[in-house]
Design a protein around this ligand. Structure first.
Ligand code: ADP
Ligand code: MG
Length: 532
């Protein structure tokens, strides 16, 4: 039977030698004093155990004391944790195994044991203690927690110098053992907590380094908008005027408009639980703000210098506009050349055959009128749009349009359907302009549809859809649709869709198209915030 395994080295602590002459009375007050955490020396569990061992030896007039504690990683093993007096002979790497030997059995059964002749006992017989004939009485006491878990075992032994241990000694030893158990559990909890706190601090430090070195300004705000944390980049943005503890209200006054109020707005949204962002351009510099609510209340705010991004965005737009102007110029040149060619031919006729002057003079006048109309269209298109917003019902607009244009559809033998899902609520928009948009979409659809086909208008409170069963469009046509003066029709102006987009843009909405050659076309007008 093996009582002490040799394979697992454990750190043990030898108690200071104690003198059998000094034996203070064992009073409850002395026990309480020992287990008062405030009196624990140094705070380390090892030191505490050494002290417990010394005291136990005194209280129980024991000549040998040892303590085995459960290995947290291997709960069936109880390596030696502390030893004193006669028990100093126990090897440092000794351990008790649950259920094995006397001590192991005490652990398994959670019962203390009183031995009157330990030299005959296998526990003490195994490791040479037998030769110590002096030991004639021993107590083996499991350390039981309030949850009745056995976290260790306390061994106390007496030589013949003293009387043998009695049942009252055993009862008292049990209660002391349970106090030790509690202290051990607490001590282990505290050390685990200490490790967790250290790990948290380490993580915090890492996070702090990351945030500090970010090229984005970061602020953490509590639920009331007070700054809990800000990194160097954020501090730079506020010119050092914002500190930990400052409130959001103070910012608005310390930052120039329009940045201050936009910033206050996104922060207010985030503190109310809604993610919010904004890009503010001020004196050539663009700032992007992103505020996100934090799960337990409060928010984070990221501030980023978006100037470069904005500059590129503007550059792309400029290039796009230039391309549009290029296409538009080609279209206008084409429009101008036709009347000019006609005028030149008429002028030649007048020069060579003056008798036809009246007739060809009239043609020249007509062509000049066309050029004039073209100029008017162009000027009209270039003029900024002024909206007259007023409330009206989408259903009324659709009804009017269908009524006015049904004769044209009938004449072309194209079916016109109006499917109105709008609620009766009023929308706010420029009614005439919106009518102009939908009319153009309807007439384009009609012009693209063969007799026997169908055009349908759908509407709800947020969008109007015009769908046809007509010719559909190639991708190259779709790409140029909204370019001013782009037309595939002999008598088209090419201004319908570009004007429609201008109007919908001004309402803060969007217009988009889905189309396939031979499969018809669908235009969708999303009404923007101003119109909703
Ligand atoms: P216009 O009607 O004067 O040509 P628009 O700007 O209204 O000018 O339309 C531009 C071009 O888009 C049209 O010439 C036509 O090629 C194409 N288009 C517009 N709507 C449709 C449609 N529903 N089906 C097929 N093609 C269309
Ligand atoms: Mg048109």
């Amino acid at each position: 039977m093996s009582l002490f395994a040799d394979d697992e080295p454990v750190s043990t602590r030898s108690s200071s030698a104690f003198s059998p002459m000094e034996r203070p009375a064992v009073t409850p007050a002395a026990v309480l004093e020992l287990f008062n955490p405030a009196n624990a020396p140094g705070g380390s569990l090892d030191e505490f155990l050494g002290l417990v061992l010394d005291r136990s030896a005194e209280w129980f007039e024991a000549d040998g004391v040892s303590l085995f504690l459960q290995d947290e990683r291997s709960p069936a093993n109880y390596p030696l944790a502390a030893k004193a007096g006669l028990d100093d002979r126990i090897p440092d790497d000794a351990q008790v195994e649950q259920g094995v030997g006397i001590a192991g059995t005490c652990i398994a059964q959670k019962q203390p044991l009183l031995l009157q002749d330990p030299s005959t006992h296998p526990l003490l017989a195994s490791k040479g203690v037998r030769r110590n004939r002096a030991v004639h009485s021993a107590m083996i006491v499991p350390l039981l927690t309030p949850e009745n878990e056995c976290v260790g075992v306390l061994n106390l032994s007496r030589t013949q110098k003293h009387n043998a241990f009695g049942p009252s000694d055993l009862a008292f030893a049990s209660s002391v053992a349970n106090q030790i158990a509690l202290a051990v559990v607490n001590g282990r909890l505290v050390s685990r907590l200490r490790v967790a706190v250290m790990k948290t601090a380490e993580l915090h430090l890492q996070l702090d380094t990351v945030i500090r070195t970010l090229s984005v300004g970061v602020l953490v705000l509590d639920a009331f908008g007070k700054v809990l944390h800000l990194n160097a980049e954020a501090s730079k943005f506020f010119n050092g005027s914002i500190r930990v503890g400052d409130s959001t209200e103070q910012w608005a006054v310390s930052i120039d408009e329009p940045i201050g109020s936009r910033l206050a707005e996104v922060v207010r949204d985030a503190l109310a639980g809604v993610k919010s962002d904004a890009v503010v351009v001020d004196s050539g510099q663009a700032w992007s703000f992103l505020a996100s609510p934090l799960p337990g209340g409060g928010a984070t705010l990221a501030i980023h210098d978006a100037s470069e991004h904005e500059r590129m965005h503007r550059e792309i737009n400029r290039v796009k506009r230039l391309a549009e102007i290029g296409q538009m110029t080609a279209a206008i040149a084409h429009e101008i050349r036709n009347p000019l060619t006609a005028m030149k031919a008429a002028a030649q006729v007048i020069r060579t055959a003056p008798e036809h002057a009246a007739e060809f003079g009239a043609i020249i006048e007509e062509e000049v009128d066309k050029l004039n109309a073209l100029c008017s269209d162009f000027l009209e298109f270039a003029r900024p749009l002024e909206l007259h917003i007023a409330p009206f019902k989408i259903s009324d607009l659709l009804k009017d349009l269908a009524e006015k244009h049904r004769p044209e559809f009938d004449a072309a033998r194209v079916q016109l359907d109006v499917i109105d899902w709008s609620r009766s609520d009023l929308i706010y928009a420029d009614r005439n302009r919106l009518e102009q948009v939908v009319r153009n979409l309807m007439l384009n659809a009609l012009q693209a549809t063969e007799p026997g086909g169908r055009v349908a208008l759908f509407a709800d409170d947020d969008r109007i859809v015009v769908q046809d069963t007509g010719t559909g469009m190639e991708q190259t046509t779709i790409e140029q649709l909204f370019t001013p003066f782009f037309t595939t029709k002999a008598d088209g102006t090419g201004l319908g869709l570009s004007t429609a987009r201008k109007i919908i843009d001004a309402h803060g909405g969007q217009i988009h198209v889905e189309s396939q050659p031979g499969h018809g076309t669908r235009f969708t007008v999303e009404l923007g915030r101003k119109a909703a």
